[in-house]
Design a protein around this ligand. Structure first.
Ligand code: ZN
Length: 262
């Protein structure tokens, strides 16, 4: 049976970097995939022009996210919160509840609430805060409440503060690796500009398109290898891993088998 999956990140590139491979597999299997970012991405750069005109960066990042989603036929949603300013307040909770009810997913994937970035932490907090409220008719009564909560799964990370990531589901993504790389590469303002600047390696970004893609492949391979090692997974073919949240609907093994690619 076809499923609907909603990946929710704080920023326009979060879903592609974390679950681009699994999402490509979901889409190839005929499931409906939605990516959402809570923020507009307006603080994710260093060049003067974007400080003077943040809207220019917002539009650029929205186009990048849409281009990445188009590679697998996913739909992109942006809740428009100012980048760097996600707060787990009631107004943001209402926006998240309305989005989830509109998409009506069987499964939500997001980062864990102990991530290094404040926007990531509070994005996860908002998803968890939304879980039960999705079924409460009088909360945001203008949108149709859900009969049951979706399953919520966290995408993998390396953080140990407040507990290590627990590997419940492993998805091999070898067959869609090039698609994942292309999805991440669509976020040019990030992977070739902002992130190298922030990491102090801007001078190492090659000029040519082919060389840039090769460099990005190397970065992603190293990231996957580090994550695999920290999560005690074999470091061979690339995988993405998930931890089933205690919040949301609790799935049995059969449901997990239907929700995740094998
Ligand atoms: Zn992010």
């Amino acid at each position: 049976m076809k499923k609907t999956i909603l990946a929710i990140g704080a920023h326009p590139d979060d879903c592609d970097i974390s679950v681009g491979g699994t999402s490509a597999l979901w889409a190839a299997a005929g499931h409906t995939v939605h990516f959402a970012s809570l923020t507009d991405g307006s603080r994710g750069h260093y060049q003067e022009q974007y400080l003077r005109d943040p809207e220019e960066l917002v539009l650029r990042r929205r186009a990048e996210a849409r281009a990445a989603c188009a590679l697998i036929g996913a739909r992109y949603h942006c809740l428009g919160i100012t980048d760097g300013e996600v707060v787990p307040n009631v107004e943001s909770l209402r926006r998240v509840v309305r989005l989830i009810r509109e998409v009506a997913p069987d499964l939500i994937v997001c980062n864990r609430p102990n991530d290094y970035h404040r926007d990531h932490r509070y994005a996860a907090r908002l998803v968890l805060d939304a879980a039960y409220m999705l079924t409460v008719p009088f909360f945001c009564p203008e949108s149709l409440h859900m009969q049951q909560e979706p399953v919520i799964a966290y995408w993998w990370d390396c953080f140990h503060e407040e507990g290590r990531f627990r590997t419940d589901v492993v998805v091999p993504i070898r067959s869609v690796w090039e698609t994942k790389v292309a999805m991440v590469a669509a976020h040019e303002s990030q992977v070739f500009e902002w992130l190298p600047y922030n990491m102090g390696i801007l001078g190492e970004v090659p000029e040519g398109r082919t060389e840039r893609l090769a460099a990005l492949q190397g970065w992603l391979r190293a990231r996957h290898a580090e994550f695999a090692q920290r999560c005690d997974l074999p470091s061979g073919d690339p995988v993405e891993a998930f931890q089933i949240s205690e919040y949301g609907r609790r799935p049995d093994d059969s449901t997990i088998g239907q929700l995740f690619p094998r």
